[in-house]
Write a protein that binds this ligand. Sequence first.
Ligand code: DQQ
Length: 538
Amino acid sequence: VDASKVHRTGYHFQPPKNWINDPNGPMYYNGVYHLFYQYNPKGATWGNIVWAHSVSKDLINWIPLEPAIYPSKVFDKYGTWSGSATILPGNKPVILYTGIVDANKTQVQNYAIPANMSDPYLRKWIKPDNNPLIVADKNINKIQFRDPTTAWMGRDGYWRVLVGSVRNHRGKVIMYKSNKNFMKWTKAKHPLHSAQGTGNWECPDFFPVSLKNENGLDTSYDGKDVKHVLKVSFDVTRFDHYTVGTYDTKKDKYFPDNTSIDGWKGLGLDYGNYYASKTFFDSGKNRRILLGWANESDTVDNDVKKGWAGVHPIPRKIWLDPSGKQLVQWPVQELETLRKKKVQLNNKKLNKGEKVEIKGITVAQADVEVIFSFASLDKAEPFDSSWADLYAQDVCAIKGSTVQGGLGPFGLLTLASKNLEEYTPVFFRVFKAHDNYKVLMCSDASRSSLKNETTMYKPSFAGYVDVDLADKKLSLRSLIDNSIVESFGAGGKTCITSRVYPTLAIFDKAHLFAFNNGAETITIETLNAWSMANAKLH
Ligand code: DQQ
């Protein structure tokens, strides 16, 4: 089979060829969604980065346009890196992005504005000559100083923006303030937040979430009944983390709550291959949308052979869980327009060691929603206290889908070959800790491909799910698309994205099963699975 096609996705965002990474400057403007993204026009590895541009009416089908921003001026000659859009009063969009000004990778923050406001797609962007807007002072590490956020306006009428940085192993989001004209930025006295013992905080994102409902809020919203979320991308671990906390608008400081199960580092936004994410407020549907980037886990050689690298996960609606402790994420409802043939299972019992095949749809390109239930928690295995110091992913590596348990492992075997030479299991396992239950969710790529190039990355991604088991149910949704599996546990409380490269389980040779490998019988209350059509991308 043609190497460029075998692992291409059908309904995930990717251009026809070449390298992509971070989503940039997403916005909803005059009825159109804009997506810009880091793109190499010349090949399937990182380099020559421009802001490629696509527009959409539904966040699923996209129209490609010419690159909007590319190196051309003294203030961005060596690179046009990530950034964000802000819509100024008077309905005027402006982009802030990082320009690379020399071969040492010195970073400054620039702005760009539409050349022609009457073009509904805003194809051309201008980078005025009063750039850069923000340069590093002597106290800032100027080669780790990038990725400006969407700006927000405080009650005092000043705009604020954050720039990600690090110095002496203290990651930080440096705040700048400008008067109303958005052109005169000065560094605030303190960073909005910082923490010792981290690398650079790439692609920061800071936004309010409602304590009342699932609706999104404008980034400048400053009312009661809100919490704030700070998300950063840890350049060393390559995971996106967030905390929920309080934004003290007087001190201009952010104080994370200490309520998350993952401790001070916050929660994983997605415990898998998901990085450089960014949200925006969708004023059309009153929701906040999260976009991200799923890099390849294959070798660079294979990326070059394929001629492409990187996809964008399906845009997710994102809101605060009623507990106030964490976010919830769910694929945008527009995705459901791609659902075609459907199959269903009801009330199917799975005893220990049993599995059931889901047939009759294109399981290599599918959307699967399932609710599992069980009669009792009694058989949950004890949680080994030594695992408390491990990442969930290390526990998943020890307790994989074939290791029999008490309550679980149970879940789906996605992108499986007929005789299970290859499969990517997405599953739960419930443990009993001394005073509570711990629910582990795994998306385990370790057996996903018979290819065993030593540099292929096949991690046992996992996260814990902070869910009330009183109703003895756990739900799972997986978006399967040839080389990506995006999974949502317990209605989107824990999300895990895996990239996998099966050799046998491709196209109509792929199989899908639900399985149980625990002593407690599991019932599939309902399982709905759909064939997914291709999205229109070019
Ligand atoms: N990607 C961009 C940077 C950002 C990084 C460069 C994160 O601006 O920090 O392509 O993936």
